[in-house]
Design a protein around this ligand. Structure first.
Ligand SMILES: [Zn+2]
Length: 744
């Protein structure tokens, strides 16, 4: 049994150091939490979201300059770093049905009366999916549900091929870039993505402007670059897109889609879907439009055309630095993006204004004499929406120094009303739980930690889960795949990362549309910005704790037990596949499929398959056991050190931190994951066919899913090695602590 107060104890330990010196211990983080203001955040939002500010627009650059001057006015040294990235904008877009009747999609989001910024059409980006390849294609239409792997398995059973077809997929079920990628691999020539009201529209509530949900003409823009391969500028993988960087030719850029793709509204989708014949879609495929959902192919025949201007545009990252007083070469990094698809009051401005208030408050503390021990770097990224461009290029450009110095990266993005979402590296789980315990929820006046715990108890599906929630000192945090600016830090550099934000009571359907604006945000989301203030308090407290703790507050006991759970999941995955294939083969022999197939409908029965072999997980089992032993030893040594009452010497702190800072880096491999060398972290990555969704121990997991058994065993050994390296670093950190305590 371990205490949940290790971080607090670490701070006490840190304060013991202070007690020896001249300075009286001031509770800087409590002081900090009184400073952020909701009113100021509202003012910043009015400025930042006043006009469309996507990459390459005048207002994007203007916002970056305004941010930099605000940061400077708070006494923080700030600079703008620029990169030059590929950014296509459309000059021709067509979606039209040519058979059996004529219909031309509008591809326009209309002005909403009463919403003042929705009419800024001159500056709004058209509705499109960035990094779609140019194309002009015509073909029969096929409805593919979400367009994810299981949907294509279903199509195969129904005897439907998408070869030569244009597929129409609804948003959801995966990251959007997976839809054209998979459709292309299956032989489709084009892809249309629409927002179905079942997932994003009137099915959930009143539509904008009466309510928060997506109106019939609202369109979700978004990037479709193949981010599971690598994010960032398609022309400069692995290096910063600086002026002199070596660039790929456009034709060699691997992350641009293979087939053209455009997003449409449900008003535009309905006539297309209504014109489909063929089998009625399975129940789970049916949306909320007043039609019978059918799959096709055809008779609807569709013409899709996309042509873009393939420009290089400058992006502007705003970087503010507070130098550390004791450990200036250990960096705490905090970021949120500033670019949007259109006005982006929610995404990203709601998170950005919270980050701004943190920095202003830190500036106030500095004026009052606070001297953070570590260097703190606040970043406002450009180009997140297109493919995490600003953060990726910056981190690639500074990769070597970041690998040496970064102790953690803390991200936020759009913020809303409700519960604290915290996910990230499990080595930071205990520390971030400690932060959540001291933050007050503005609606319920209990800690945001308590509120989250109680909600989890309500939603738990078993007694076991409820018991754990009541007895485990900390709430488990989810693993991160991709989806915002933490990706390069966690997945490419192996820097412990966190993503923080509030939500759950702020639902709506304006994501990536022209209606994501101040009117929507202040009527339907965190209307008084009280959760904006709470996010400032949360992330700012997290930054101060990391910056001022002498020993880095990483926790490996929780990390090792989580890795053991991931290992168990892999074993379960294999067992599940074996059982399922065994059973299906048996049913094929029994004649289940031929006996039950309706002769009046097309049905292609599955073919028998080889049963997956047993895999040797032993190297990973041993490595996890070794990791657990080292983690326990470090935990014990740390507790003894805290109980000793003697503050650690600066030499000891330096020696231990030098080991600790390497621990998350040890989880990376310079060769990266199979087939995608940019992704170096062997524990966390976005899935190849899920996109944002995280795959833990991705090399092994995806080899099993793809039935590459030899590769799976090779990956098991590689992950085991990484965990062994981590264990030995933790072991030597523990040994340093023990040495300082003497043998007792
Ligand atoms: Zn965002």
């Amino acid at each position: 049994m371990r205490s949940g107060c290790q971080v607090t104890a670490l701070l006490v330990y840190a304060n013991l150091l202070l007690a020896q010196g001249e300075t009286p211990a001031i509770d800087w983080e409590a002081k900090f939490r009184t400073i952020p203001s909701a009113e100021r955040q509202r003012e910043y939002m009015e400025r930042l979201a006043a006009r469309p500010h996507h990459v390459g627009s005048p207002y994007d650059k203007s916002n970056a300059e305004w941010l930099a001057s605000a940061f400077k006015s708070w006494g923080i040294g700030t600079q703008i770093e620029t990169f030059d990235v590929l950014f296509p904008t459309p000059k021709e877009r067509t979606v039209e049905m040519i058979e059996p009747s004529k219909f031309v999609a509008k591809l326009q989001e209309p002005t909403v009366p009463g919403d003042p910024t929705s009419g800024q059409h001159g500056e709004q980006l058209p509705t499109y999916n960035a990094y779609s390849i140019d194309g002009d294609v015509t073909g029969p239409l096929v409805y593919v549900n979400y367009g994810i792997p299981e949907d294509y398995e279903q199509l195969e059973r129904l005897g439907i091929s998408v070869k030569g077809a244009i597929v129409i997929a609804r948003y959801g079920g995966s990251w959007r870039g997976i839809k054209p990628k998979l459709a292309g691999e299956k032989g489709a020539v084009g892809c249309i993505i629409y927002s179905d009201p079942r997932d994003d529209g009137f099915f959930h509530g009143d539509v904008f402007p009466t309510g928060p949900w997506r109106p019939k003409d609202g369109v979700q823009r978004g990037s479709v670059m193949d981010m599971p391969l690598y994010p960032g500028d398609p022309l400069t993988p692995g290096v910063g897109a600086t002026a002199g960087a070596k660039r790929l030719d456009l034709k060699d850029a691997k992350t641009i889609t293979k087939i053209p793709v455009l997003p449409i509204s449900y008003a535009d989708a309905q006539p297309l879907l209504a014109a489909l014949k063929g089998p009625v879609a399975p129940v789970s495929w049916r949306g909320a439009l007043p039609i019978t959902y059918k799959i096709g192919p055809g008779p609807a025949k569709v013409h899709l055309k996309v042509k873009s201007i393939w420009d290089i545009k400058t992006i502007y990252d705003v970087i503010a630095t507070i130098p550390g007083s004791e450990y200036p070469d250990e960096w705490v990094i905090r970021g949120n993006h500033h670019d949007a698809w259109v006005n982006g009051a929610d995404d990203p401005v709601s998170g950005l204004v919270a980050e701004m208030e943190e920095l202003r408050a830190l500036g106030e503390l500095l004026k009052q004499g606070w001297k953070p021990k570590r260097t703190i770097i606040y970043c406002a990224w450009d180009g997140e929406e297109e493919g995490l461009l600003g953060s990726t290029e910056w981190a690639e450009a500074h990769a070597n120094v970041l690998k040496q110095k970064a102790v953690a990266y803390i991200n936020s993005d759009a913020n809303g009303r409700g519960y604290l979402g915290m996910s990230g590296s499990h080595s930071l789980q205990e520390y971030i739980n400690g932060v959540a315990r001291v933050i007050e929820d503005p609606e319920k006046k209990i800690s945001v930690w308590k509120r989250d715990q109680l909600r989890r108890i309500l939603n738990a599906r078993s007694d076991e889960e409820r018991n754990e929630l009541r007895s485990h000192p900390d709430l488990r945090i989810g693993a991160l795949g991709s989806g915002s600016d933490y990706t390069v830090f966690l997945d490419y550099l192996g820097i412990p990362s966190l993503n923080l934000g509030y939500g759950g009571e702020d639902e709506g359907g304006i994501y990536h549309s022209i209606y994501d604006d101040i009117y929507w945000y202040t009527h339907f989301s965190d209307t008084d910005i009280s959760y904006g203030r709470t996010l400032s308090q949360t992330a700012g407290t997290a930054v101060i704790r990391l910056a001022d703790a002498d020993l880095l507050p990483y926790d490996f006991v929780e990390f090792s037990s989580t890795v053991r759970r991931y290992l168990d999941e892999l074993k379960k995955l294999l067992k599940g596949m074996q059982d399922q294939i065994k059973e299906r083969n048996r049913e094929i022999v029994e004649g289940v499929f031929t006996a039950t197939a309706d002769p009046k409908e097309t049905y292609v029965p599955p073919s028998p398959e080889g049963i997956p072999p047993y895999l040797n997980f032993a190297p990973l089992e041993n490595a996890v056991t070794g990791l657990t032993t080292s983690a326990d030893r470090y935990d014990k040594a740390l507790k003894r050190a805290m109980q000793s009452g003697r503050p650690p010497s600066p030499t000891l702190v330096n020696m231990v931190n030098a080991k600790l800072i390497e621990t998350e880096r040890a989880l990376t491999s310079s060769e990266g994951l199979p087939g995608r060398p940019w992704f170096k972290n062997l524990i966390y990555a976005p899935g190849l066919y899920t996109g944002y969704g995280v795959k833990t121990i991705p090399g092994v997991r995806e080899a099993i899913e793809q039935k590459k058994w030899k590769d799976a065993e090779g990956e098991i050994v590689r992950v085991a090695r990484a965990l062994e390296n981590e264990a030995s670093l933790i072991h030597s950190a523990a040994a340093e602590l023990e040495k300082s305590l003497g043998t007792r």
